[in-house]
Structures are given as C-alpha cells and as structure tokens.
Design a protein around this ligand. Structure first.
Ligand code: BES
Ligand code: ZN
Ligand code: ZN
Length: 453
C-alpha cells in the first residue's frame, strides 16, 4: 500500500502553506489569486509558479472543521515532492497527513486502462508525526474500503474469510467454521441466513493478545450480498448491497489497527459471513429459528437478516463476559433515514460509555451519535408463533427495534455497544471517494485506547 509519503524529501521539494480563510494574498499573489478565482474559502488552492513557470509554492485554505480538504492535493498536484511549510495554528499536522493519505486511495484494479492521471505527488512527513500510528490507520482504512468495494462474487463469505486470515501474519489466531459445520457448532441463526446461497456461510473467529489484558470482543455483520431474500429488495435498494459486509470489514480493520499498534487488550473478533440469496433452500417468511441462546425467532422479513447473522455471535461473545462487546453492522435503512449516511448511530446498554465513544468521535473528527435503546418499543418485535420476530410490527423507529432485537442476545452484565453504520460514501469529497468507507474506526480505536487500556 502506498500513501504517497516520503520521510526525507529532496531539496527541490515544493512547500505547501496551509492558511486560514483570513489569510490575504499580497503583492504578486494578489493578482494570481484574482486570475485563478482564489477567494479564501475552505479548500481553495493557489498554485504559484516560478519565473520558468514551474510550481514553486502551494497555498491551501483549511479550517479545523474541514481538514479533509487537504486530501484533494494528492490528486491535484503535479508529480514531485512536497513538504508542509507554515500551518494555520489551529490545525493538527497529523490530521493533514491523514487527509493526504486518504486522498490517495483509488479502487482501480478492475479498470483495464490506467487512470488518466496517476497520483505522483509525495508529501514529506513532518518529524512531529507518529508515523506508525498514521500508517496503521491508513492501512486499516484502505483495507476496509477495498473489502467493501470488492464485488460480491469475489467477496463471498469465503473471500471475506481469506481477508481475515491475513491477520495471521500479524500474529492473530484465525479459525473458520463453514457451511453445515455451523449447525454442529450451534450457530443456527447465522446458518439459516446463508443456507440459500451456493457460497456457504462462515463464522470467522479471530483471537489475539495476552489473556490477562482486558477482554474486548468485536462482532461484525458480514452479509456479502443482501438481495433481501425472498422478500426481495427493489433495484436501486439492491444496487450497493455488496457493502452489507461493511460492519465485518470495520471490526477486521479495527482489529488490524489494535494489533499493529499493540494495544494491551485481549481481542476476540467474530464475523458472521453469509450471502442473503434467493433459492429453493433460502429461509422463508415465518420459518422459525431456534437460536444459540435458546430463544426462538420467527422470520417476519427475510430482508432483516443482519440481526439474525449477529444474534448467535453476540450470545457467544457475551458468554465470556468481556470488558466490552461491540458490534458493527450495516443493519438498517432506518438508521440512515435518522442520521444520514455519514453519522453512525450508537445503541448501548451503558449510555455513559456511549457518550464517551461519541466524545472520541468528536476528538477524532470521526463522528458517531448516541441513540436511545428505548425499552418501551420492545413490544414491536414480539413474535406471534415464536419468542421474537425479526421484523417490527410497526414502521416506526426501525433502527431502535433492530438494536432491541440484538439486546436479547447479550447479557445485562456485559457492557455492549451496537453501531449501525453506512460504510459507504454516496458521493466523492476530498479524502473520501465515493464507495466503501471506514466510519467510526478511528473513534472506536481512540475510545478503546482511552478507556480500556
Ligand atoms: N442491509 C440492510 C440495511 C441497509 C439498507 C443498510 C441500506 C444501509 C443502507 C438490512 O439488511 C435491511 O434490509 N434492513 C431492512 C429491515 C426491515 C426489513 C425490517 C431495512 O432497513 O429496510
Ligand atoms: Zn436486508
Ligand atoms: Zn442487510
């Protein structure tokens, strides 16, 4: 992976001044700014040539709230080496470097013609930067984006398992349980979602770290494609459903960061990987599953498969009484209606921890929002012929009822947080190209590091 950084640039490097909107170009710069429509708004760039017309200096306007604008430079600047010069004091240089690296990303491996413009601008890393942390963060972000962007015929449950196996190179133990073996190992709910596909469902179970350290368990929804099942989705709703393993990609990416930066935790990651397909062996509406926990669930809707994938894994995760159990999932459209695409929702049986995670999100400019786990709505997911129904009896509060469903599978004693996330940029903005995206990754890392280490 290349993030277009260099440790020590040559003398001929071009300096980049990162200025605030109050900065006023003077002298010859004033004219140049006028000609190029530089008005000083966040993200504006002014390229200053020398007498031969070669690039001599770069100015970019960046504000604290929008460090991501810096990421546009890696694609915009001509080939060469660059270094940060004067920086607007309010800004953190490591955020600028992160933005630069994020801006380098492209998912181009399926294009037969190379990109029209190669990104060949390299940024010198300032000495003050924690290079190891920056690299680990970018490696996880790129990995998550790649997993989410990869089409579902490649990123099958087994394909996702192969991705997880890469964690072995970093010292983790990875076990895969596949197909009907899931029934032998008592994961009936995960198996039921995946049984309609030719690509067999898998449980990915990763462990790492010293068993005397606080136990952190991560659970991920790894639905490699969500057709909706027999309650089939309509065309536009299905179009981006290769991203329905985004929660799984997140927990694997978070694990990678935790391992690479050697956090003193005992880590377990469980991913439920399954394709929600349509076939003669697919689950049917009103089939009943007896879950690992023993609770029975009637399938009110085959498109509410994510909560079924995760139910058994949460039961297994909670059994070990971890210090913290987190699940990440592209669980509901309702969460996206409530919060839009870019703000994941937090649902938790420990609101104090939820607040702290939201604070980590603020500190890291990686937002999440605390949502209510509103117990009164529990009646909406009661079953008629089983204990629970995976669909709600009303059309209200769909993200909350999904979270309440999951809560049935954890214990009161286990501090648990459920993150309902989009994992997808609906449009390209600087540093954040359209497609798969890490959302809440840096916040989660910061939260674990601050409160559990
Ligand atoms: N994977 C979807 C949720 C989703 C849709 C996330 C769009 C992000 C963007 C999930 O499996 C689903 O289809 N949920 C249904 C649940 C409903 C049938 C109770 C939904 O949200 O409509
Ligand atoms: Zn679905
Ligand atoms: Zn889904």
């Amino acid at each position: 992976m290349s993030f277009n950084f260099t440790l020590k640039a040559q003398k001929s490097k071009v300096l980049i001044s990162v200025v605030s909107p109050e900065w006023i170009p003077e002298g010859s710069l004033k004219k140049l700014a006028e000609i190029h429509g530089f008005t000083g708004k966040p993200g504006d760039v002014l390229l200053v040539p020398d007498q031969e017309g070669a690039l001599e200096k770069v100015y970019i306007v960046i504000t604290q709230v929008k460090p991501w604008e810096f990421g546009k430079l890696s694609g915009l600047l001509p080939a060469g080496e660059y270094a940060l010069d004067l920086i607007n004091e309010e800004l953190d240089p490591s955020m600028l470097c992160l933005a630069w690296g994020m801006g380098v990303y492209e998912f181009g491996k399926f294009k037969t013609n190379p990109a029209p413009k190669e990104k060949n601008a390299y940024l010198e890393l300032p000495e003050s930067i924690d290079t190891k942390r920056l690299t680990a963060t970018l490696e996880s972000i790129f990995w998550i984006r790649d997993m989410v962007n990869t089409p579902a015929d490649i990123m099958t449950p087994l394909g996702l398992s192969e991705e997880a196996l890469k964690l072995k190179e970093l010292g983790a133990t990875v076990a895969i349980t596949q197909g009907r073996d899931l029934l032998t190992h008592n994961y009936p709910s995960l198996y039921t979602v995946g049984k309609g596909s030719d690509n067999p469902p898998c449980l990915i179970d990763v462990t790492w770290g010293n068993k005397d350290h606080p136990k952190i368990t991560l659970v991920g929804k790894g639905v490699t494609f969500d057709t909706g099942g027999l309650n089939i989705k309509h065309d536009s709703a299905m179009l981006i459903m290769k991203k329905d393993m985004g929660g799984a990609a997140h927990v694997l990416g978070l694990a990678r960061m935790i391992i690479a930066l050697n956090l003193p935790v005992r880590l377990r990651v469980m991913v439920g990987a399954a394709e929600n397909s349509i076939s003669g062996s697919a689950m049917r509406p009103m089939d009943i599953i007896k879950t690992r926990k023993g609770l029975t669930v009637e399938i009110g809707h085959t498109d509410a498969e994510g909560r079924l994938v995760m139910a058994d894994l949460l039961t297994e995760g909670a059994r070990e009484n971890p210090a913290l159990l987190i699940d990440c999932a592209t669980l509901t459209g309702a969460a996206r209606i409530a919060l839009g695409p870019n703000v994941p929702g937090i649902f938790t049986n420990r609101p104090d921890l939820g607040q702290k995670l939201a604070q980590s999100g603020c500190a890291q400019q990686d937002p999440l929002w605390l949502m209510p786990l509103w117990q009164d709505y529990g009646y909406m997911i009661k079953g008629k012929t089983a204990d629970l129904n995976n669909d709600s009896s009303t059309s209200y509060g769909g993200a909350i009822t999904a979270a309440l469903f999951l809560e049935n599978f954890v214990t009161k004693e286990t501090p648990w947080m459920h993150i309902d996330m989009m994992c997808w940029n609906i449009r390209s903005t600087p540093s954040k190209p359209e497609g798969g995206e890490a959302m809440g990754l840096r916040a989660l890392f910061h939260f674990i590091e601050t409160h559990f280490c």
